[in-house]
Design a protein around this ligand. Structure first.
Ligand code: TRP
Length: 370
């Protein structure tokens, strides 16, 4: 057990250090990189997504990195059997992406659902031959997800989706994959597949580049209960699409404690500290300074001030989102552009893969020969 913790901690530390170097390389030569990230379309995005990953993606995009954003619709079915509402969730997701600033004019950003890119999905088949059952079964994130979903039976895609995720990442030869730490085991599988593929099928030069995780520097926001990760299913989230009044009401309900004197003490006062963290993310003012300003004004004052600051911060995104919602065809056009580009890139990659695997049979030539 102790060695396991040490392994995970060592991996996290290594990834953090590598992220610093990677950020430097991106700043120096963005054109040498390609970013890929994605989300499962399970509903609208909340401020945990915004501060945890969306902003990081927008930053990379604006630095000039070509960016692919996969909507992992097949992956939704790993822990449920019904696809009800996926279409609407995809729509909400695209609106949130656009509102947050992805795919602005002049950017090279492509948003696509992987279900619409056949050649990407076909990479799954050779990739499955490059991992062992043991590789899949010891993945700690999968174990946690199985527990969290209280599944009676676990379908095979639950174990295999990290391999599908490798196809999401490698089809476009991504070098940068901005993720949270829970995704690090999946990225290790992608790297293992890239390494083994290049070794087994050398060709003239390596088919795949090595994708690297980019851990975002920002805090992990907890929900309004102050203890659990912010998430829709835990009913503790503030969504991008919430109105200002809804946001204020949600914050009023947030859990705090009875000490009127506001201090920043993440260990002993996690709920108040979480609100202060959100405040800092929205304003750039340090938690300590905010706490000092409020003093013994109590959590009521903290909540009122935070509502104002957060609403102000989110206002431009929310305005954009409302405009986008009322723009007919905007979601469809975004996906059409993304799918076209992803298909083009995936077809090229699949052809390369088939060639080095001696499977690019020349059917035309056969017909022509006497
Ligand atoms: N597994 C990711 C999640 O649940 C979503 C995802 C799918 C993803 N494919 C990806 C993330 C590729 C990064 C890269 O959040």
């Amino acid at each position: 057990m102790t060695t396991k913790v040490t392994d995970a901690e060592a991996a996290l530390k290594a990834a953090q250090e590598a992220s610093v170097a990677l950020n430097k390389s991106i700043a120096e030569s963005p054109e040498k990189h390609r970013m890929l990230t994605g989300d499962r379309p399970t509903g609208a995005l909340h401020i945990g997504h915004l501060f945890g990953s969306l902003q990081n993606r927008v930053r990379l995009q604006n630095q000039g990195v070509e960016s692919f954003v996969v909507i992992a619709d097949y992956q939704v079915l790993t822990d449920r059997s019904e696809a009800e509402g996926i279409d609407n969730n995809v729509r909400e997701l695209v609106l949130d992406y656009l509102a947050a600033g992805l795919n602005v004019d002049g950017s090279k950003t492509y948003i696509f659902p992987h279900s619409h890119v056949p050649a990407l999905n076909q990479l799954l088949l050779p990739f499955l031959t490059l991992v062992s059952m043991a590789d899949l079964e010891r993945n700690p994130t999968i174990k946690e997800e199985i527990q969290a979903a209280h599944l009676k039976t676990v379908n095979a895609s639950m174990f295999v989706y990290p391999v599908h995720q490798a196809a999401d990442i490698l089809f476009c030869n991504a070098t940068v994959v901005p993720v949270g730490k829970d995704q690090l085991p999946h990225l290790e599988i992608s790297r293992k597949i890239a390494r083994r593929f290049n070794k087994n099928y050398p060709g003239d030069r390596p088919t795949f580049r090595m994708p690297q995780p980019l851990l975002s520097e920002s805090y992990m926001i907890r929900g309004l209960d102050g203890t659990q990760k912010m998430s829709k299913s835990r009913n503790n989230a503030i969504f991008l699409k919430n109105t200002e009044a809804e946001t204020t009401k949600l914050l009023k309900r947030a859990k705090t404690d009875t000490d009127r004197n506001i201090t920043y003490d993440p260990v002993n006062r996690p709920e108040v500290a979480n609100l202060l963290d959100i405040y800092t993310l929205a304003t750039g003012i340090s938690q300590e300074e905010i706490a000092r300003d409020i003093g013994d004004g109590g959590s009521g004052t903290l909540k009122v001030n935070l509502s104002k600051a957060l609403n102000e911060y989110l206002a431009p995104m929310r305005e954009r989102r409302v405009t986008l919602e009322q723009t007919p065809g905007i979601v469809e056009a975004t996906l059409q552009e993304g799918v076209a580009k992803a298909q083009e890139v995936a077809n090229e990659t699949l052809l390369k893969v088939l060639k080095v695997m001696n499977m690019a049979y020349d059917i035309e030539a056969e017909k022509k020969s006497p």
